[in-house]
Design a binder for this molecule. Structure first.
Ligand SMILES: NC(=O)c1ccc[n+]([C@@H]2O[C@H](COP(=O)([O-])OP(=O)(O)OC[C@H]3O[C@@H](n4cnc5c(N)ncnc54)[C@H](OP(=O)(O)O)[C@@H]3O)[C@@H](O)[C@H]2O)c1
Length: 327
């Protein structure tokens, strides 16, 4: 049996209930993992509210780190006793132990602590594919400007550091002066408090009127339209989240007069669809962390049983960096 946080109906944080669930043995292509730490991500909120629908009852959570307890038939890249970490579908990480597909689980290097891993797999692999693979048609060169919303959040602080390592000038937005300061301390070249400042005007000012090559927008509804106005011709609007709500239906004709812009909606799960791509991206992330180029900040820790409090804080924009749940 394993303690787990489940929902039986979509709704607010009050739906998160502690349950005792059977665990069982891994089948072909699966492992059983005992979590040392689990990650909290904004996608958990979308799954809790039903914005992203899943069959109910549902144990939430897409990110974790721990020890491999059992290995199913055909799994060759993991052994019993291995330190391991993952960002993976299906949801189910908010628990002590689970059986799950082995495909997206990788061995965790000795130099990376379990809670660090639980705070970085989903967010760090996202920063990896955004900055390295989600690029404008004209490419990205050192010195280029990009705009990254919610820069003091979990994905945001990793992206600030990674962008700096790539030589990019990341302009970060965040909802307070303290969060802006945090983004700057983590490598953002500029920071805009979008709760007080007009971020379009500030981006124009910073880039000498030219605009940025890419906007990485996970805020969604509140920033989408204005983000388009921050792009230079042929720029890329990379939507990857809905923290403020989903973007309403959009008319592609609007992209023409704004400078023949490109629009994409990215999701990590396309990038980690195979074991090979997951391992390659994870190796890149581990390399950045072990080299000290990307530091993972765990600014909030909660016992697993207090997952509802963690959700409330995340939705109230009270968190910075990564949050872990400790089973
Ligand atoms: N598509 C993908 O592959 C993928 C993968 C990972 C994450 N994501 C997305 O990336 C975003 C960041 O994820 P995360 O887990 O690291 O979360 P996070 O950035 O730590 O938290 C979300 C942040 O969004 C900002 N925000 C703006 N408007 C908001 C609103 N109305 N309500 C709540 N927050 C609001 C807040 O920062 P400020 O107060 O500074 O505005 C808040 O701290 C999320 O939208 C998530 O869904 C997408």
């Amino acid at each position: 049996m394993s303690r787990a946080i489940q929902i039986t109906a979509y709704g607010g944080p009050e739906q998160l209930k502690l349950a005792e669930l059977p665990v069982g043995e891994p089948g072909p292509g699966e492992i059983r993992i005992r979590h040392v730490a689990c990650g909290l991500n904004f996608i958990d909120v979308y799954q809790r509210t039903g914005l992203y629908a899943n069959p109910l009852p549902l144990t939430l959570g897409m990110e974790g780190a721990g020890i491999v307890e059992a290995v199913g038939e055909g799994v060759t890249h993991l052994r019993v006793g291995d330190r391991a970490a993952y960002a993976s579908q299906p949801p189910g990480a908010y628990c002590e132990r689970r059986v799950m597909p082995a495909k997206c689980v990788v061995q965790l290097p000795e130099g990376i602590a379990f809670d660090t891993a639980a705070g970085m797999m989903l967010k760090g692999l996202t920063a990896q594919y955004l900055l390295n693979k989600t690029r404008p048609v004209e490419g990205l060169e050192p010195g280029d400007f990009v705009l990254f919303h919610a820069a003091a959040g979990g994905v945001g602080l990793i992206a600030c550091q990674w962008a700096k390592a790539l030589g990019l000038q990341l302009i970060g937005t965040a909802g307070s002066a303290a969060k802006c300061q945090l983004a700057l301390e983590h490598g953002a070249a500029h920071a805009i408090d979008y709760s007080r400042e007009d971020f379009v005007a500030r981006v124009k000012e910073i880039t000498g009127g030219k605009g940025v090559k890419v906007v990485y927008d996970s805020v969604g509804k509140d920033t989408f339209e204005k983000s388009l106005d921050c792009l230079r011709p042929f720029g890329l609007m990379a939507c990857f989240g809905n923290a403020s709500g989903p973007v309403p239906p959009f008319y592609p004709g609007n992209l023409g007069p704004k400078g023949s812009l490109y629009l994409t909606r990215q999701t990590l799960f396309t990038h980690i669809a195979t074991r090979e791509s997951t391992q390659k991206m994870a190796d890149d992330l581990f390399g950045m962390v072990l080299a000290g180029k990307v530091k993972i900040r765990i600014d909030q820790r909660y016992p697993l049983a207090e997952a509802a409090t963690a959700h409330r804080e995340l939705e109230a924009r009270k968190t910075t960096g990564s949050t872990v749940l400790v089973p």
